[in-house]
Design a protein around this ligand. Structure first.
Ligand code: IMP
Ligand code: MG
Length: 180
């Protein structure tokens, strides 16, 4: 698995440090407002777990799943909700926790769906931002790292469902997905 990694982009130490900083910022911003974290499956699981361990305040978590990719490294632009929240978010302060924003289409779809449910507020926290690939403009409130236009894996992120358990964010060797 490690042999398929061209280079490590973000180390475990960097991830830990930045997650801590984001947690402090979120604590300060939400103070005593009630907070629901919505984790977007599956890519954001590692980030969610590490983030909530650092958040020293009451919070609730729920999960949503969307699919847009299949076994490709490019977005199809078609987003489908495959798992909905279990709880109502009406009147709640919602923070969406995402792994990566690429074209922005997944996030645009998600924010449209969630806003219809009338949360008290809706903000976005993403671990990674591939800013140069953005096709639709979606406001992002918390960003872990802005990364270049390379296909990354690890720390929750997959290629064809594999590599999510790597403890760092790495660039996949291009020969692993050429020929698709
Ligand atoms: P978007 O809709 O184009 O913004 O794509 C967002 C989704 O695509 C993310 O939630 C990821 O699941 C996936 N994705 C985008 N770029 C990468 C990458 O470099 N590695 C792994 N998954 C990615
Ligand atoms: Mg994915």
């Amino acid at each position: 698995m490690q042999d398929d990694v061209a280079k490590i982009l973000i180390t475990s130490d960097d991830l830990r440090q930045r997650t801590l900083e984001l947690a402090r910022q979120i604590e300060a911003d939400y103070q005593d407002r009630d907070l629901v974290l919505v984790c977007v499956l599956k890519g954001a699981i590692m980030f969610l777990v590490d983030l909530i361990k650092e958040l020293q305040r009451p919070l609730e978590i729920d999960f949503m799943a969307v699919s847009s990719y299949g076994a490709s490294t490019r977005s199809t632009g078609v987003v489908r909700l495959t798992k909905d929240l279990d709880m109502s978010i009406e009147g709640r302060h919602v923070l969406v926790v995402e792994d990566i924003i690429d074209s922005g289409r997944t996030l645009q779809y998600l924010t449209d769906v969630l806003n219809l449910r009338q949360p008290a507020s809706l903000r976005i926290c993403t671990l990674l931002d591939k800013r140069e690939r953005r096709e639709v403009d979606v406001p992002v409130d918390y960003v872990g790292f802005v990364i270049p236009n390379e296909f990354v894996i690890g720390y929750g992120l997959d290629f064809d469902e594999v590599y999510r358990n790597l403890p760092f964010v790495g660039v996949l060797k291009p020969e692993m997905y050429t020929g698709e």
